[in-house]
Design a protein around this ligand. Structure first.
Ligand code: ZN
Length: 86
C-alpha cells in the first residue's frame, strides 16, 4: 500500500509540474482558457496532500504509537520494525 501511495504522489507531482508548464505557456500566449488546467493542477495538489496525510497517519509505530518519519523502518523510540508489512 505504501508503494502505491508513493507512486501516486510521484505521478501527481509529475502531472502537476507538466500541467503548470502548460498553464504558464497558455498564460504567456494570452490564452485565458485555463480552467481545465487549473482543475487538473488542483486535483494533483489534492492527491499529493491526501497522500501526505495518509503517510502521516499510517506511519505510526505499532508498539508505542508514536508517529514515524516518512520512509522510516524502525521506531526511533522503541526500535520496533515497522516497514515491510501492509
Ligand atoms: Zn515504537
Amino acid at each position: 500500500m505504501n508503494k502505491i501511495v508513493s507512486g501516486l504522489t510521484c505521478a501527481a507531482m509529475v502531472s502537476m509540474t507538466v500541467d503548470c508548464g502548460i498553464l504558464g505557456l497558455k498564460l504567456l500566449n494570452g490564452n485565458k482558457n485555463i480552467l481545465t488546467d487549473s482543475c487538473v493542477a488542483l486535483a494533483c495538489l489534492a492527491v499529493i496532500a491526501a497522500c501526505a496525510v495518509y503517510k502521516v497517519f499510517h506511519s505510526r509505530c505499532p508498539r508505542c504509537g508514536i508517529p514515524m518519519p516518512a520512509g522510516g523502518k524502525y521506531c526511533s523510540r522503541c526500535g520496533q520494525k515497522c516497514g515491510g508489512e501492509g
